[in-house]
Design a protein around this ligand. Structure first.
Ligand SMILES: [Cu+2]
Length: 176
């Protein structure tokens, strides 16, 4: 009897493992690699999160939505130079992730946009982010926050983010 109950316990533990990994984004059909957010200056109302989304299946998927406790609204944005001006737009249909392929969100390109920040993003801290995929479902991750100047080797500047520079009286880039 004792032996049998131990086996049952093992079965329960084994069954619990895949769930735990799925919550961490580990064994999901979409693997979220190297997520990071850029720290924000005091008073900033927007922020951005970057990562690589790797599709571990042979079926194309799509990042359709995102949410976070630190922002009122989260959108999926693309950035591109239009007529010499860096602009960004919301991807209304989401961000496609090719079958057995990956897509990288990075400064100057695709990003997850945090709108209506409820708190300043401080380097060294983390923020929670939940991503929703058309096929892979919902994956919640913890995103490390990096210094404001961090670019992870990308050359794109995010100075066009929000298009608010110079418009806000008092400014959001005050140096102390
Ligand atoms: Cu944006």
């Amino acid at each position: 009897m004792r032996f049998l109950s131990k086996l049952n316990l093992m079965a329960v533990l084994l069954a619990a493992v895949p769930t735990a990994f799925a919550q961490a984004g580990g064994t999901s059909n979409i693997k979220i690699e190297q997520p990071w957010a850029r720290a924000t200056p005091a008073g900033a109302m927007t922020g951005a999160v970057y990562m690589t989304l790797a599709n571990k299946t042979d079926t194309a998927d799509r990042l359709t939505a995102a949410s976070s406790d630190v922002a009122g609204k989260v959108q999926i944005h693309a950035m591109a130079v239009v007529n010499g001006i860096m602009q960004m737009r919301e991807l209304a249909d989401g961000l496609p992730i090719p079958a057995s392929g990956s897509v990288t969100l990075k400064p100057g390109g695709y990003h997850v946009m945090l709108i209506g920040l409820k708190k300043r993003l401080i380097a060294g801290q983390t923020l929670p982010l939940t991503l929703t995929f058309a096929k892979a479902g919902t994956i919640s991750i913890t995103v490390p926050i990096q210094a404001i100047g961090a670019t992870r080797g990308a050359n794109g500047s995010m100075s066009g983010m929000g298009g608010t520079q110079g418009k806000k009286p008092g400014g959001t880039m005050e140096m102390k």
